[in-house]
Design a protein around this ligand. Structure first.
Ligand code: NDP
Length: 270
């Protein structure tokens, strides 16, 4: 459920995975306004839905109507995945877990110095989940001091990680000791030439550069990072992984990840 939901690729990806797993299940994309959220969730319960995903603008509001939260969802204050446990509707956040799984294929974040650009929903999910994986430090670089400061504070006080906020009004110069840089702003979404405010001359070949933006799969940041010799990670893996985690939570079955990835690429025409 979300608004707007036109163009959301998740139903296409899930239905392909149900078919591949021989599961007679359905995943519906439902346009629900904020005014109808409470009634829509009551309807979901009444009709025996096993669960669902919640996207913009419902990720925070949905908490009011749930019976319990995972540790990560409680820390983030945001839920994108709900599921029935008996007659209790529980909230989870799979965005950060999806990112972490994707990152773990190339590096373990434990002990690493991490810089995250952004402090919105995606940045909160990614930073809390990374924080739970015990990095050395997480620097939050964000344009608005309120959101940036609040996230760094949350990471320090609730997750117990060394964290600070830095501004993003001029091009950010990365400290030499940085291990992992993540763009978790919306800059670059659908705009292959859009630049994040980062001094790319401070990118070094030993760094990993990740982008949560999945379309285009190679954003300008990733192209610049590749040119600087960095290891890069695009947002497609995160999107597939969060779908894989939701599928497993609802059905109890591991989906075919390759089928889901292919479906996404087909839907997004990439
Ligand atoms: P939000 O609106 O919650 O946050 C947007 C963030 O981007 C804020 O930190 C905002 O800064 C920053 N920002 C936006 N424009 C600018 C700019 N011009 N200059 C500097 N900072 C800017 O969005 P979400 O966090 O929900 O989504 C962010 C991105 O993550 C989207 O592209 C989304 O598609 C992607 N995403 C990818 C997923 C995946 O599975 N790959 C899953 C979820 C999201 P400020 O606080 O100053 O406004």
């Amino acid at each position: 459920m979300g608004q707007p939901v036109a163009g959301n690729p998740t139903q296409f990806m899930m239905e392909r995975a149900f078919e591949a797993g021989d599961l007679d299940w359905r995943y519906l994309t439902l346009e629900v306004s904020p005014a109808n959220l409470e009634a829509a969730i009551a309807g979901m319960r009444a009709m025996g839905f096993r669960g669902g995903n919640f996207t913009i603008p419902h990720k925070v509001e949905v908490l009011k109507y749930l019976d319990g939260l995972s540790q990560a969802a409680e820390l983030m204050g945001a839920v994108n995945c709900v599921y029935l446990d008996g007659d209790r509707l529980l909230g989870e956040n799979t965005d950060g877990k999806g990112f972490l799984e994707s990152l773990r294929e190339i590096s373990d974040p434990a002990g690493k110095r991490i810089v995250i650009l952004g402090a919105g929903g995606a940045a909160r999910a990614v930073s809390v989940e990374l924080g739970l994986a015990k990095p050395e430090s997480i620097t939050i670089a964000n344009r608005s001091p309120e959101r940036g400061g609040a996230l760094a504070e949350l990471l320090s006080t609730r997750v117990g990680i060394k964290s600070e906020w830095v501004g993003l009004d001029a091009d950010l110069k990365l400290p030499e000791a940085t291990d992992i840089i993540i763009n978790a702003t919306s800059i670059g979404l659908g705009e292959p030439d859009a630049r994040v405010p980062l001094d790319v001359s401070t990118l070094k070949p030993n760094m990993i550069v990740a982008d949560v933006v999945f379309n285009p799969p190679v954003t300008r940041l990733l192209a610049d990072a590749q040119a600087a010799g960095c290891t890069i990670l695009n947002g497609l893996g995160m999107l597939v992984n969060q779908g894989v985690i939701g599928f497993k939570i609802w059905t109890g079955v591991d989906p075919d990840r390759a089928v889901m990835r292919e479906a996404l690429e087909e839907y997004l025409e990439i």
